[in-house]
Design a protein around this ligand. Sequence first.
Ligand code: SF4
Length: 422
Amino acid sequence: MLIAAHTLGCKLNFAETSAIVRRFTDAGHTLVDFHERADLYIVNTCTVTAVAEKKCRNAIRQAVAQNPLATVAVVGCFAQNAADQILSIPGVKIVLGNDKKHLLYEILTSDGSQFLPIVDEPRSFKPLFSTGDRTRVFFKIQDGCDYFCTYCAIPFARGRSRSASIDETLAVARQIAETGAKEVVLTGVNTGTFGQHNNERLIDLLRRLDEVEGILRYRISSIEPNLLTNEVVDFVASSRAFLPHFHIPLQAGSDHVLAMMHRRYTTADFAEKLAYVRSKMPEACIAADIMAGFNGESEEEFDKVCRYVEELPISYLHVFTYSERPNTAALKLGEKVPMATRRAHSQILHTISERKRAAFVASQIGTERPVLWESTRHGDTMQGWTDNYIRLCQPYNPLAVNTITTVKLSPANVVEQHTDEA
Ligand code: SF4
């Protein structure tokens, strides 16, 4: 069979799609580009916003249009939360939620499951990792979330927080090292809760991972501010392989809105946390998620948000426009913000993000940073990331792929990056 896969959403989804596809390629099937004609299309979906769901529907329709006779399998978070809706899209043959999506190969090669949505409550957990670009691997170390922030449908789609033991996770890390990948991105839904149900701690996992031979770099893809302890920050600052790069969800720059969201920190806590990170790693890249237009975000509140964010020592923002998610508590909370205002607020936050990013990059010009070079060719150049997450380019050199070299940053070698709508 020819297999094509498309992934929406987070790095966790990328790791999972890669593991699903690997079951097929290990059995002798061939992976082709999603834009090509295939016998099986896999769409791994996201439900974080209405925009994400729209992108999922578009990807599904694209797959059906490319080959109406193909098997189209829709899996993941949107599939979990809206199975019947997806199954009603003409051409969709299989719908698997998060608990069973890793069994797609087994389900397809057995009888009788087609046309049946399988959306059991997600309970299983297996550490897994992406393959493909041999330089960098996304490593799923945790799944699910117990926080139930009032705007978020992810706990319904992903189930409760769970992870494997430190020893089991390390065994998979050693397999990753054997693939030759130099950089590992630790991913999860609420990564900071790793081990909490096994009486283990994330910090102890990080210490053990740092000792795995062959892996030269780690990034923590995202960590809640209340779980990014000073102990974790101190460890990253002094570790062998953990990089000065943090992604910390802020979500709102107003205490009133944070309280309505049931977030577990105040704007003062968040600012204090960032100041601590900066004091330990002045060169660190610090990204923050922020949501525009959540209930109760009046113009006056939004002005405060902008002033607060402008003052934060962040490197850029991931901007989300709030959209109502089914079954969430926020549906009954506070005053709704008109969609046009949400979009206008989002645009302003994008502009702030671009300014922040430009300032961060400018602060690093003239410094020398280690860069891991990737395999993809961009015309006559190749690209790679610095430790503090700035994209650089240099003339293409196949011998440089998957090596780390120290490069002086200049306006000529920085690749421009932009803030996407999530
Ligand atoms: S921490 Fe909040 S925003 Fe993040 S997945 Fe859990 S409920 Fe959703």
